[in-house]
Design a protein around this ligand. Sequence first.
Ligand code: N01
Length: 533
Amino acid sequence: MSDSSPARFDVVVVGAGFAGLYLLHRLRGMGLSARVYERAEGVGGTWWWNRYPGARCDVESLQYSYSWDPELERDWTWSEKYAAQPEIQAYAEFVAERHDLKRDIRFETSVDGAEWDEAAGLWRIATSRGPAEATHLVLATGCLSSTSLPDIPGRDDFRGETYHTGLWPHEGVDFTGKRVAVIGTGSSAIQSIPIIAAQAAELAVHQRTPNFSIPARNAPLTDAQRAEWLARSAERREWARANTRNAIVTTLPQKPVLEATPEEREAEFSRRWESGGITFSAAFNDLALDPEANEYAAEFVRERIREIVKDPATAEALCPRDHPIFTKRICVDTDYFETFNLPHVRLVNLRETPLETVTETGIRTSAGETPYDAIVYATGFDAMTGSILAIDPVGKGGRRMSQAWAEGPKAFLGLLTAGFPNLFLVTGPGSPSVLTNMIVSIEHHVDMICEQLSRLAARGATRIEADPQAQEEWVAHVNARAAATLYPRAASWYMGANIPGKPRVFMPYIGQDEYRRQVDALAAQDWPGLKLS
Ligand code: N01
């Protein structure tokens, strides 16, 4: 069905993930007309698409949940420390039903383009079901929504089954008795490999770059744990927002590892390794800053890999050496390294035997061809900018976002780009986003957008735009913060390094606590850098 005349709204939102859902709820509360367009058949965003076996959040479920509805927090029961994809998607569904959000969401509708009409002061939006118009356009399109399938020679010749972890079939895949190749060893691969291995007859893991991974130590949550969290959740969430770089409640590091004795070092790394998860990175406060400090943490993890993996050559090949630990998103696994002890699982080290081509029946490396029934691409995403540039909005003077961002993404506070009035990004490049508990950053940005919409209304203004000079200064500030850390030493997706031709710029803002301080300071000065008219 296609609408013929443009539907007209105060705000059009692209995406019905956790950002789009909360934003829709807020916009309704402000009395604004809003429409959400979502290409999937249901809500949940990244959790709708990433249904690969073992998909699970690496932030604890009690924290990876909305804070804006205390009753919701009481009424929803998380079953495990780290929720699996079906439970998180069910939670998104529960929120949508509870707040009656779906009536303003058009599913299976992609937004294919958007153009700013300067004279009319509105966005003209092209969707797969016809045109729409809105005073404001919000891209709540997610940071990891645009999948990346590498251009490997022969890729499309393969006659067996082909999957990408980020576009997993909803009916699931049964690998029982099959010869399976996985390409990639990032978080998605590391989570899915143990489960694929449990089904497959043969599994070959094609690794170009080994990754650091920490055991999740996932477990069912008890009533006592849930009650304990509920009793103090508001206070703890607030503490994490004010005091941590990643908005995750944890015990903050007390000292630099370089000042710790060997016994203190070992004890703290061991304690964090045993409790599991990404807070391993908070063991000491100099790990992301000093190469020598970082190496202690890296070597601790390598030692664990050598302990777990029985074959010494495989263990050594699994030990990351090309980047400091924590400069790529640390992986969190359940039995990843243990999987390489299974007789039907083998590591194909692409650094030693490079992948030459996919054939009709398998994969050929420099060591020869191996037949497979299925190939799983766990090859990641065109992160942070991919889903924005897929729409490639056209701003003032006919200038496209892809032109404005030719040297790398530029957005004041990661929220608004100069030359694109009334176009908001949720957790855009230049904001803490992917370095944090995403739901906390999403809530912050949604609240910031609503604050700006209220300011516009209060002043009888209709347009908001980032000042180019303020934007340049912000981008320089984001870069300077990254340059003071070890992060730029990794060829990571944070740097755009996984996509051929993408500008190498460190995209997220390091430190959501500092980001909040900056935002609060701007608010106290009535938002210099944002022009209302
Ligand atoms: O993707 P990735 P991901 N030939 O980009 C390899 C979030 N996430 O989907 O490093 C061979 O990390 C590539 O190799 P290399 C999380 O933020 C969260 O796993 O480029 N290999 C790499 O090994 C995460 O960081 C959760 O040498 C090729 C892999 O593919 C982000 O999503 C779970 C190749 C891609 O790894 C992305 O994770 C899952 C080629 N041509 C994801 N091209 C949780 O919450 C690429 N690779 C736990």
